[in-house]
Ligand binder design. Structure first.
Ligand code: GAR
Length: 205
């Protein structure tokens, strides 16, 4: 069906007014989540509405309390619990900020093209099942790669295979240890993830 001019104008107006509501999913310490919360603190267009953690994280819970942000420990809960909270908090974007569970198809179809993940390597290298956190950095170090970096991508049903949105690379010193690789990659994450999210959602307007 083709939209008449007036109908399409009304729809665009509505979209322009819609606030981007980010919900953050974490499984680790939450340094990326903190950075995103700080970055969008006074932002009128993008609001972080809550943090959902797949395990207990008292430090993050306390931090969220200081930001008046809901925090949920969803240890041992399935994705219907995640989805319920996403809806309750009116999230319209799901940001995987160090989230290690595989997102099931039913959840993806509730947020089509609206789930964004950060991965600590230059995908398609060092992605897929079992490739997360230190495992990635160890593999990069053992392969004596000259570069590593970060990939920010949409999430689909295949682990780390969704459309790439941004990548940032860093040169590694010869014989870098896994810890040295991690340090450099984490610096990229904190420098770029929130900014790239901002760029991406703004470009869709
Ligand atoms: C980050 O390095 C992130 O890229 C990685 O987990 C870490 C979480 O750190 N994500 C993955 O490996 C996803 N496959 P944080 O909890 O301190 O943000």
């Amino acid at each position: 069906m083709q939209l008449k001019a007036q109908e399409s104008y009304t729809m665009l107006n509505f979209m322009a007014e819609m606030q981007e509501q980010f919900i953050l999913f974490i499984s680790g310490g939450g340094s990326n989540a903190r950075q995103i919360i700080d970055y969008f603190k006074d932002n009128e267009r993008v609001k972080v509405v809550g943090v959902l953690s797949s395990k207990a994280n008292l430090a993050m819970e306390a931090f969220c309390a200081t930001q008046q942000l809901p925090f949920y420990d969803l240890s041992n809960k399935d994705f219907s619990a995640y989805l319920k909270i996403c809806h309750e908090l009116n999230a319209n974007w799901v940001i995987l900020a160090g989230f290690l569970k595989k997102i099931p198809v039913e959840f993806i179809s509730a947020y089509p093209n609206r789930i964004i993940n950060i991965h600590p390597s230059l995908l398609p290298s060092y992605g897929g099942a079992g490739m997360y956190g230190q495992h990635v950095h160890r593999a990069v170090s053992e392969a004596k790669e000259a570069f590593s970096g970060i990939s920010i991508h949409l999430v689909n049903e295949e682990f780390d295979k969704g459309k790439l949105l941004f990548q940032h690379a860093v040169a590694l010193a010869p014989n870098s240890t896994a810890n040295e690789v991690e340090q450099q990659v984490r610096a990229l994450e904190l420098a770029f993830f929130a900014k790239d999210l901002d760029t991406y959602v703004s470009a869709l307007k």
